[in-house]
Design a protein around this ligand. Structure first.
Ligand code: DC
Length: 225
């Protein structure tokens, strides 16, 4: 396939965006970028360094000291995020970060900084990026835009199963409250709120499995190409 395109996958928290994005990138030989990991890494930096993110000056200064990059890990077969040269791919998935990330991601300066880096990564196309504003703000001209959704009960269940492995004390109520809170903040913020782009295709995976989902997406890719 010589004709490379940009594929954007947006949607609600925990509806399988990254699973589909990884599958597609693998099938097509494209780069996969998890834009949420960038907001999570910035949040981790703010928490560790006690940055007052209600203060614009502190935020701007902190952003100057943050360097993010992705490196492909052969073992895990995925791109992992580095914060100032430290691999933070796993620590950014903690609930401590999840509880604050939507507040941090709502800050205009944070988004300007992250979006600029994301757009650079897509300059050569051949990329699948997932997030909340990829089809609306980061790559409004992307050739294929998918907007994912799933029933809240299914999303809570999936995220709970993922988190309980790392944190045996976590409760399903905590996971549900976190998802609902993030969905609310992400879709109600002033700067690039989560919404389905007009030209995005809705994919509801409540009742389909991973292989069926990939099959649908590959057909959409073939059409877009
Ligand atoms: O995809 P995720 O759950 O890892 O994302 C974490 C948070 O980052 C999410 O609650 C909202 C924010 N985010 C965003 O605002 N814009 C993006 N493009 C990706 C994530």
């Amino acid at each position: 396939m010589t004709n490379k395109i940009i594929i954007t996958i947006d949607g609600w928290s925990s509806c399988g965006k990254s699973t589909l994005a990884k599958q597609l990138a693998k099938a097509l030989g494209y780069v996969y970028i998890d834009s949420g990991a960038m907001y999570r890494a910035i949040t981790l930096y703010f928490l560790r360094n006690h940055i007052d993110w209600t203060d614009n000056k502190d935020v701007t200064q902190a952003l100057d000291n943050i360097h993010l990059h992705f490196e492909y890990n052969e073992k895990s077969a995925q791109s992992e995020i580095f914060l100032n040269d430290e691999n933070v791919e796993y620590v950014i998935r903690d609930l401590v970060v999840a509880e604050k990330v939507s507040d941090v991601a709502a800050i205009r300066a944070v988004r300007t900084c992250a979006v600029a880096q994301q757009q650079k990564m897509g300059a050569k196309k051949g990329i699948v990026m997932d997030g909340r504003d990829i089809g609306t703000t980061v790559f409004p001209d992307a050739e294929l835009k998918i907007f994912m959704t799933a029933a809240i009960s299914v999303r809570v269940d999936r995220r709970f199963k993922e988190m309980i492995e790392k944190n045996p004390n976590i409760t399903i109520e905590e996971v549900k409250a976190n998802l609902e809170m993030r969905d609310h903040i992400d879709s109600h913020r002033e700067v690039s709120p989560l919404r389905q782009a007009e030209d995005a295709i809705l994919l509801d995976n409540t009742n389909i499995d991973m292989m069926e989902q990939l099959d649908i997406a590959l057909k959409l890719v073939a059409k877009a190409l």
